[in-house]
Write a new protein. Structure first.
Length: 324
């Protein structure tokens, strides 16, 4: 490597390649066959995103030992696949997270699962593509991460305002640094209980007060109207309805190409509705399978038929802005 006239020592690389020399598509082709590894369990799944691989395995209460044996066999098959590709396995970053209801008495002993000679630790939280997951999916752990990131942005905005930066530039900074943090995967965690959403809303209100330079007693809803911004709850619904539009009209996010992965049926040929799946528990209302068609069907029919996607996005934003 050479930089500003300084050149590092040369050495022979026996394994691996410099990161910038391998394009993402080439890497995905290289490791994609791992997803085809067969599993003895019907409900077992292997999910991979770039270099992040997740194994989902059911743990029935009445047959945990058999599930553990099956899981260890699968994990070691995955490990052998990585080894055959000369890919390194990071045992320290690999965790076991057992999803269960808050009232469940299921207790999994530590170090039941292993890959090669490395035992995997049980964890009460695990990061997955920028989201912090907990066994009961309460999103409290993810809220801690959001709070830490948002607090830094709020301090930055407050400091810049004290230096005399105009409001319009502070709004740009807010949209560039704050909105991406609270909107990242909001369609996943946005159905969290009000206790979680309200705390994120407090963070948004603090950011807007930092822009305006007002006290904490100032109304957050009034500031959102002045700055033409959506609340956290409406931002969640906004993103859900955008996803529903792409499903209903069969278009991708950035083009007019047809999306072949549509899984919802139309309720009626005459109305732009999506069919609602049957639910057996009240908690299932928070799932994407239910919430996407439910909130889509609640929009005015004339709004749902607007084309193209870019025009619909603007009209949808105005629709939720009126509800503030």
């Amino acid at each position: 490597m050479s930089c500003d006239g300084f050149k590092s020592k040369s050495t022979l690389i026996s394994l691996g390649v410099p990161r910038v020399t391998v394009r993402p598509l080439i890497f995905l082709i290289y490791v994609n066959h791992i997803l085809n590894i067969s599993c003895s369990s019907t409900y077992c799944r292997i999910i991979s995103f770039a270099d992040d691989t997740t194994v989902l395995l059911p743990l029935p209460k009445n047959n945990i030992s058999s599930a553990v044996i099956s899981g260890n066999s699968l994990l070691n098959t995955v490990f052998d696949a990585f080894t055959s590709l000369d890919l390194a396995f990071n045992a320290q970053k690999t965790k076991v997270l057992v999803f269960r209801s808050p009232r469940s008495t299921l207790n999994i002993t530590n170090h039941l699962f292993h890959i090669g000679q490395n035992f995997i630790d049980n964890s009460e939280r695990a990061p997955l593509l920028g989201i912090s997951l907990t066994p009961s999916l309460t999103w409290s752990s993810h809220l801690e991460i959001l709070t830490a990131k948002c607090t830094k942005v709020i301090f930055l905005i407050s400091r810049l305002r004290q230096l005399g930066i105009p409001h319009k530039f502070l709004i740009f900074i807010y949209k560039a640094l704050f909105i991406p943090v609270i909107s990242y995967c909001i369609t996943i965690w946005g159905s969290a209980p009000n206790s979680i959403i309200d705390r994120v809303q407090v963070l948004q209100n603090d950011a807007l007060r930092a822009i305006a330079g007002v006290y904490r007693s100032h109304s957050g809803s009034l500031l959102r109207k002045n700055f033409a911004l959506l609340s956290v709850r409406h931002l969640y619904l906004f993103r859900l309805c955008l996803q529903a539009y792409r499903i209903f009209h069969g278009v991708s996010r950035n083009s007019s190409e047809t999306d072949q992965s549509i899984t919802y049926r139309l309720r009626s040929q005459s109305l732009p509705n999506l069919s609602l799946p049957r639910i057996t528990l009240e908690m299932h209302r928070n799932s994407l399978n239910f919430s996407i068609p439910y909130h889509w069907n609640s929009l005015p029919p004339s709004l749902r038929l607007i084309k193209p996607y870019s025009r619909f996005k603007g009209k949808l934003f105005d629709h939720f802005l009126k509800l503030e």
